[in-house]
Design a protein around this ligand. Structure first.
Ligand code: NAD
Length: 395
């Protein structure tokens, strides 16, 4: 099958197996080039391990610290005439590379919110690893079937309290327009908190603790975002922001649990805004990311997921370092994004961006390149005119 990108709005419905593998290899190469991370984790459970920040964490743990990794994700395998989702191919590539390097790597593809996947993960950890010493919670999901009530909660990306009007960009067509988003209802707020809040993270950690699968000193980290004022109505103060507040609540509970377990800890790492499948679905944010990329590249401080997580491990969690918490107990690897000069420059550019000047005022080209890379397209050394086999078994 010859696989080319087919972009539909903010998703690409195709993915390229060799291209995804090349993308994963670039991340592995980055981590190896940075050198070993001393005192790093050895047995890691990553929930949301197949793309974005979770995949970057898996690569960093495996290739920076020689860790055994168990990856949980929810990806669609290939079907007749249709390639798999990129996280499927990424996970195969990661697993191949890890095993070739003599590292343990196993995968569970299924719904992390379910009791069934949790029980499967516990059984695998017990049988293969004994215990884990790092648990990463990096899910980004549009829905959750609650394991006890059976209710299907759907998350939404809406402002709370009042409607919100701002600029947005159709990243595929390159059209800048104004979007107005009506505020979420109370039910929508509660549903988004149920999906993207911290209850499921707590369920995972309680289940691991009760099964005595947490090594003394285990750490657990979940990822969040805060960002600049221009996106607050849709992010920090919107439905997703309220869910992230709940994630912080859960972090405090889990931290107490882990402190009693040989002095471990749990915390939230606030990461940089980056092109991922999750962030491309948020209105307004892709325009902000396009401006941000231009400014951070010019300053030499631009990072992708892998640079962010390698820095988190190497300068905050391991290598003889301790996390530097902000006033709310969060680790900030969004620090380079949030420097006042960068944010002042974003504010200066924002009002004047139009469809006509999008290419020069923003890094929309870089945004698109990164977006296609998520699906394995545009990687050097890949012949995209060659036939490729889309059916690849999960390892
Ligand atoms: P992503 O879409 O790239 O990854 C999501 C992961 O979750 C994938 O591995 C997917 O398979 C998995 N997943 C989704 N639903 C699942 C389910 N039901 N069961 C099992 N696995 C499931 O997203 P991302 O952008 O890397 O986001 C990960 C975390 O990082 C989120 O908490 C997000 O808010 C946070 N974050 C993202 C950004 C950003 O700009 N992208 C910035 C800061 C923080």
């Amino acid at each position: 099958m010859i696989l080319k990108p087919k972009v539909r709005g903010f998703v690409c419905v195709t993915a390229h197996p060799e291209g995804c593998a090349a993308h994963v290899q670039q991340w592995i190469d980055h981590v190896k080039a940075k050198g070993p991370i001393a005192g790093g984790p050895k047995r890691v459970l990553i929930i949301g391990a197949s793309t974005g920040y979770g995949l970057a964490t898996r690569v960093t743990a495996a290739f920076g610290s020689g860790a055994a990794t168990l990856g949980i994700f929810f990806e669609r395998p290939s079907e007749e005439g249709r390639p798999a989702t990129p996280g499927w191919y990424n996970s195969i590539a990661l697993t191949h590379a890890a095993r070739a390097a003599g590292l343990y790597a196993k995968n569970l593809n299924g719904d992390a919110f379910s009791d069934d996947i949790k029980q499967q993960a516990l059984a695998l950890i017990r049988a293969d690893l004994g215990q884990v010493d790092l648990v990463i919670y990096s899910l980004a999901s549009p829905r959750r079937t609650h394991p006890t009530t059976g209710t299907v909660h759907k998350s939404c990306l809406k402002p709370v309290g009042a409607s919100y009007t701002n600029k947005t960009v159709d990243t595929d067509k390159g059209i800048v327009s104004t979007v107005t988003i009506e505020p979420a209802s109370d039910v929508e707020v509660a549903d988004t908190v149920a999906v993207m809040g911290g209850e499921d993270w707590e369920m995972w950690m309680n289940a691991l603790s009760e099964a005595q699968l947490l090594a003394p000193g285990t750490q657990s980290v979940a990822y969040s975002y805060i960002g600049p004022e221009v996106t607050w109505a849709i992010y920090k103060n919107g439905t997703i922001g309220l869910a992230k507040n709940d994630l912080e609540r859960a972090a405090r509970n889990i931290d107490s649990l882990l402190k009693l377990n040989g002095g471990g800890r749990a915390f939230i790492s606030v990461n940089k805004a980056l092109v991922t499948q999750a962030s491309s679905a948020i209105p307004v944010v892709p325009l902000y990311i396009s401006i941000l990329y231009k400014l951070m590249k010019a300053r030499g401080t631009h990072e992708g997921c892998i640079e962010q997580i390698q820095r988190l491990f190497a300068t905050q969690m391991y290598n003889g370092h301790k996390p530097k918490f902000d006033e709310s107990g969060r680790v900030r690897v969004d620090d380079w994004e949030m420097v006042p000069e960068i944010q002042a420059a974003v504010r200066a550019i924002w009002p004047g961006v139009t469809t006509e000047n999008l290419a020069e005022q923003t890094d929309i080209a870089g945004y698109r390149t990164e977006f296609l890379k998520l699906f394995g397209f545009g990687l050097p050394g890949i012949n995209y005119d060659a036939d490729t086999e889309p059916h690849r078994p999960m390892l």
